[in-house]
Design a protein around this ligand. Sequence first.
Ligand code: ZN
Length: 287
Amino acid sequence: MLRRTEGIVLRTFPFGEADLIVTFLTSDFGLTRAFAKSPRKIGSRFGSSLEPLTCVRLSIWGKEEAALPKLTQADIVRSFQTIRDNFMVFLEVSDIVELTLNLLPEREANGKIYALLSNTLGALELLLSRKNSRPNSARKANGGADRGEGMPDAVAVLMNQYRAKVLFFAGFAPKLDACGRCGEQGSRFFVSEGTVLCEVCAESADSPLAVSGALIALYRDLLTWDTSMVQRIKPSKVLNRELSELLRLHVRTILAKPLNAEAFLCAASGKISLSLKNNERIMSEEL
Ligand SMILES: [Zn+2]
């Protein structure tokens, strides 16, 4: 049976001499793996359509329950080449791709998550093309707004929005607005519990992260705002990093492991965050 859908290439594995196993996030079938015959040969009909992050119209052939249907066609809708061309941004995106791969079950359609990924990549590409079209002098003058190797804060905010929303849509959102046990107010996040706890409920837990009102507000805004509008949210670097660390630790607890891209990102950018004081024990284990 032939099935058609739109999908984004998340991961490819070489298979044999010239074949590939491709994992797509598709709009109609969720995470889907397919077997592509000879895409690595010169002159293959797949061309560059199976590069990571490429959005394609794809056709797969095989029984619905087949573990590895055959990819028969992949026509590029958007290549997202700009993202692959920027090493630091590509690394950041690898992190959210890995999160998506680990969080979602195979073959369970989730239109909201598909739209989120597609819109996030679109917004990233727009940001990068704006950045690339800015003259050098303007880039220097705006140096304060860049992070690391020219990584704009806007990218970091977008990545945090993706993390927050994908966790929410997949049913793994950290609870920050109130105590997860009794609903009272609380200001400390307990990684092992995935929630803020009030003073009373916190007595039995350990190693909390401080959660400020500003952090809760940023998290709420990222969840509420459309991806196309998120650039209007301009949190401080410190606040955005705090949220990023909280989400990372939360993901680590859910998946019971850190993401590979996380270690890669730290090594590539030459920095390890120590912005959360309560977190020193975990950070030193990383080193
Ligand atoms: Zn409580």
